[in-house]
Design a protein around this ligand. Structure first.
Ligand SMILES: Cc1ncc(COP(=O)(O)O)c(C=O)c1O
Length: 398
């Protein structure tokens, strides 16, 4: 076993728990294990914590506490939002989303197609930008919901959610406003998210992307928005999401949101300079490396880089053997063997998609991690190019 510090550069897949988050959670495993629905004080203590956490999550996106529903993950929040909108408008049969959404939205929409709904999948251009004209054209009186992600998990590209909200607002739809949901799973905790400014009806977030545990998330539902629960059973979450609450994780989510909010701008600036350092170093040390979506507004922590004519999985394997962890495309779709649907949508050639690596940083990375990467990566790329049957084309093309 080689002796080196592990370098974790896959924070869009999941993040390390913040020590403060662990401290916040532990009492709810050890001592305060009562059921928050119990009426005696042993339960109501946990209920009080849930409300404190709800207020912290709400504050982090400028929402009201009663607008937050705790869920089990980002996927559940996404599924619930779309399901609820379709229930709210039984007469409407149209959904608008984008081709670059996370499978939590994409596959839910595909499932709805099998049930007779029509879905518009908006395209993006080579820079990852949405075609706003097609979006405006797609909005119709039959549209129940628009679900568009805040920021992409693979490229970090940020969509103009505020503009989209404004456009939806300008449509006077008989029977009620077209509902607007944004999957902000990758954005919350990394950039300032203000639901009032964005003019969204629903917003998803997930704990494990912001140093809280896996298995907890939240759905913001704007006050007054019609809501239909996805999980039906007991009365938890005011009847909006049944199931005994994941108390310790909710305590952790509240703390993680508080921590993120306390240093959001400083942390974003820190991550941006670290990410830029990484990109500059990779481009100068690995000939032909291309940063996807570089000129477009992106999350400060994310970098998708293509190394043409080599296999991304092979790059990851070599990095792994050096204790460096990154992703090829989305963690959720890696293993499927399919090229990234996000990079395909940006018309990136397949020779580059197959050699694409996503590096995603967190507050726990520092310059020494970038140095470690740069000590290893250029040799890996060089070695793989030498054995690649296609590297000749690379040499010609560059
Ligand atoms: C943009 C986006 N949406 C939704 C999800 C799903 O979140 P969870 O893993 O909490 O279900 C992810 C996870 O990678 C994501 O990146």
């Amino acid at each position: 076993m080689k002796d080196f510090k592990q370098v974790y550069l896959d924070n869009n897949a999941t993040t390390a728990l913040a020590p403060e988050v662990i401290d916040e959670m532990l009492p709810f495993f050890r001592e305060h294990y009562g059921n928050p629905s119990s009426t005696y004080s042993f339960g109501s203590r946990v209920r009080d914590m849930l409300e404190k956490a709800r207020a912290l999550v709400a504050a982090s996106i400028n929402a009201l506490p009663e607008e937050i529903i705790f869920t089990s993950c980002g996927t559940e929040s996404d599924n619930t939002a779309i399901y609820s909108a379709l229930e709210a408008y039984p007469g409407r049969r149209h959904i608008i989303t984008t081709v670059v959404e996370h499978p939590a939205v994409l596959n839910f929409c595909r499932q709805m197609e099998t049930r007779g709904y029509s879905v518009t999948y908006l395209k993006v251009d080579a820079h990852g930008k949405l075609d706003m004209e097609s979006f405006a054209d797609a909005l119709g009186n039959d549209t129940a919901i628009v679900s568009i992600m805040y920021a992409n998990n693979e490229t970090g590209i940020v969509f103009p959610i505020e503009d989209i909200g404004r456009l939806i607002d300008s449509r006077n739809c008989p029977g009620g406003r077209i509902l607007f949901h944004t999957d902000a799973v990758q954005a919350v905790g990394k950039v300032a998210v203000d639901v009032k400014k964005l003019n969204v009806d629903m917003l998803s977030l997930s704990g494990h992307k912001l140093h809280a545990p896996k298995g907890v998330g939240a759905l913001y539902v704007r006050k007054g928005t019609p809501f239909y629960p996805y999980l039906i059973g007991g009365h938890q979450e005011n009847g909006r999401r049944s199931g005994t609450e994941n108390a310790a994780s909710i305590a952790g989510l509240g703390k993680a949101c508080e921590l993120a909010g306390a240093s959001l701008n400083e942390e974003a600036a820190y991550l941006r300079q670290l990410r830029d350092k990484l990109e500059t170093a990779v481009i100068s040390s690995c000939p032909g490396a291309i940063v996807n979506g570089r000129g477009t507004e992106r999350l400060p922590n994310t970098s998708s880089i293509s190394f043409e004519y080599i296999d991304g999985e092979a790059i990851l394997m070599f990095l792994d053997s050096n204790g460096i962890y990154a992703a090829s495309g989305s963690a959720c779709s890696s293993g499927s063997g399919k090229p990234s649907h996000v990079l395909e949508a940006m018309s990136i050639p397949s020779s580059a998609i197959h050699g694409s690596i996503r590096f995603s940083l967190s507050r726990y990375n520092d310059a020494s991690d970038i140095e470690r990467l740069i000590n290893v990566l250029p040799d890996v790329i060089k070695k793989l190019r030498e054995i690649s049957p296609l590297s000749g084309s690379f040499k010609c093309a560059h």
